[in-house]
Design a protein around this ligand. Sequence first.
Ligand code: NDP
Length: 270
Amino acid sequence: MIDRYAVLGNPIAHSKSPFIHQCFAAQTQQTMTYEAICLPLDGFITGIADLHQQGFKGMNVTVPFKFEAFNACESVSERAHIAGAVNTLIRTPTGWQGDNTDGAGLVADLMRLTSTLTGKRILMLGAGGAASGVIKPLLDAKIDQLTIANRTPQKAIELAERAAHLRVNGCGFDVVPNQPYDIIINATAASLSGELPPLKAGWFADAGCLAYDMMYGKEPTIFMRAAKDLGATHIADGLGMLIEQAAEAFFLWRGVRPNTVDIRQEVSSL
Ligand code: NDP
């Protein structure tokens, strides 16, 4: 039987993951299928049990199931453990092993844009599933400091506590230190509804400041446009992160690392 993979979410029709993984499979000559599956909001656990029975080899997990996936796994990687969230499921004989490739995806894309993360001061807005997945990989990349700010401050504080690292702080938007940052990441879901987290010009004051929105689209997001107006030197959306996190999941499943440069243009024109 052909190896089957899928992305699970709700909603999921918009997902570019099937196209990306089909490109990777063709490029690396892997015989496999990858489809998008919409699970009922209250049907994640029964859904993944059913897919296991059907013989699926692996799954990506997206909104709103990343936290539920974490609790449903037999075991999880260290980066998934720190995140408390899982975006990649790997089949075991009796269930699923969980990993989180979001952070590796973000770091790979930031490296493409800035060439090094060593010594960078980073402000991350948002403390949801995506934000929690990137903390350990950012620390591993030897950043200087990470401030996590969230609309619900307690979530940012808890995330920072879980990271248990001197250079990671959590807070509410209103108490973010008014200092320049090298990289400002929008990991909130605000852009999805055309909204902005509160931004301060002082954060973007450094020459070379990169404003990165995890969201992506055909046009620059509202966050990217506002950041540019406030003084960001570079702006980027999360398409590169999406492709890179997919490549990392593909590697976990197939043991082959696809070339992500070749498919960027194709994915962005979808
Ligand atoms: P979650 O639902 O887990 O978290 C949402 C976060 O956004 C929370 O911190 C929430 O704050 C905050 N938020 C929501 N609305 C607003 C608003 N109007 N103003 C300020 N803050 C707000 O979502 P994810 O973490 O999974 O996703 C976050 C973003 O990252 C999305 O845009 C998603 O598309 C993108 N993403 C991109 C990926 C990529 O590969 N490029 C991968 C994964 C996600 P609060 O806690 O107060 O509710």
